[in-house]
Design a protein around this ligand. Structure first.
Ligand code: APR
Length: 309
């Protein structure tokens, strides 16, 4: 059985553990900084095994030694932005957590493929790369799969069609500077630009860009975790089963899309080696401008982290 480690046994981490166990992608190890949290949730999930009929082992720990031999490590450790906290504050706190987590991944799971989930995503994935020193193809982030899932949901609601027939494409940063691509978004191969008015598409695009905030506003405390954990599971599956599925992934760009030494959401082929290929599609001038705006926002975040050291 492959070994999947999930660092951070909070809402996204524990739900991802549940989905991964239920689909028997491998044995799951959960770890958290809070004493007993990962152990308690893991035991609960293990006890669901006989009832749901899965044989995946789920264990919890506070000791990084237990992540040794992991094939995939999913990083959800961090804190959420609280009222009164600026983006910079969050960047600083989560940056420190991700550095510490990444040092342990490099020490105990040096052969693993790492999927970062902690926000601000594009910047945290960059920190993971630089701290682990892994090859860029083995370090990438979950953003576009979730964002395209949200876009697909809103399109299906609008058209009254099955979500299964929708293939949505979203590029760019995870957040305000996301770049949904309607002309590459289809319903059974038909671009949505043929099926909906410009205004309707614009409305769905805006809802997608604000998808995370819409859920935060409803929940009042906490943020989305069902769809994020489903997106993580899709990516873990693509890696462990070496499916070579093409998905929007927060990947390291080394000149692709005219950007260098930066993480951004782009379509990639995912397999056992991680990001096996970055697929470059020709963008319109407007799309390219939006992507560059995304890159600028990520770059300024990285620059401010460097200032803080
Ligand atoms: N090491 C390990 N775990 C840590 C550390 C650390 N240094 N610091 C915090 N954690 C743990 C917390 O104890 C908590 O259990 O990370 C977990 C985060 O879980 P939640 O607060 O429930 O957050 P969640 O909703 O799961 O989101 C996690 O994913 O989607 C993103 O924006 C979201 O950055 C956030 C992350």
């Amino acid at each position: 059985m492959p070994k999947i480690t999930i660092i951070g046994a909070g809402a996204v981490g524990a739900t991802a553990a549940q989905r991964i166990a239920e689909t028997e992608l491998g044995d799951v190890v959960m770890t958290d900084i809070v004493e007993g949290l990962a152990q308690g949730k893991a035991l609960d999930l293990a006890e669901a095994g006989p009832l749901c009929g899965y044989d995946s082992k789920v264990t919890g720990t506070n000791d990084y030694k237990d992540i040794e031999g992991s094939d995939v490590v999913v990083v959800t450790a961090g804190i959420a932005r609280k009222p009164g906290m600026t983006r910079e504050d969050l960047l600083k706190i989560n940056g420190k957590i991700i550095r510490e987590v990444s040092q342990n991944i490099a020490k105990y799971a040096p052969e693993s493929v790492v999927i970062t989930v902690t926000n601000p995503l594009d910047i945290m994935t960059h920190v993971t790369l630089k701290t682990t020193g892994f090859e860029p193809r083995r370090v990438f982030g979950m953003s576009g799969v979730l964002d395209s899932g949200r876009f697909a949901t809103f399109i299906a609601m609008e058209l009254g069609c099955s979500v299964r027939d929708i293939s949505a494409m979203v590029l760019g940063g995870h957040g305000d500077t996301m770049v949904p691509l309607p002309r590459f978004t289809t319903v059974s191969g038909v671009p949505i630009t043929e099926l909906m008015s410009k205004d309707t598409i614009q409305h769905l695009v805006e809802r997608t860009v604000n998808g995370g905030a819409e859920i935060v506003n409803l929940l009042k405390t906490g943020s989305a975790f069902y769809a994020p954990s489903a997106a993580v599971t899709n990516m873990v599956e693509a890696v462990l089963k070496d499916t070579k599925r093409v998905m929007p992934v927060c990947a390291y760009l080394d000149g692709e899309y005219g950007n260098k030494d930066i993480y951004l959401g782009v379509p990639v082929k995912l397999g056992r080696n991680g990001v096996e290929e970055i697929i470059e599609i020709e963008l319109t001038a407007d799309e390219k401008k939006s992507l560059d705006r995304s890159a600028e926002a990520v770059r300024s975040g990285i620059a401010s982290l460097k200032v803080w050291g």
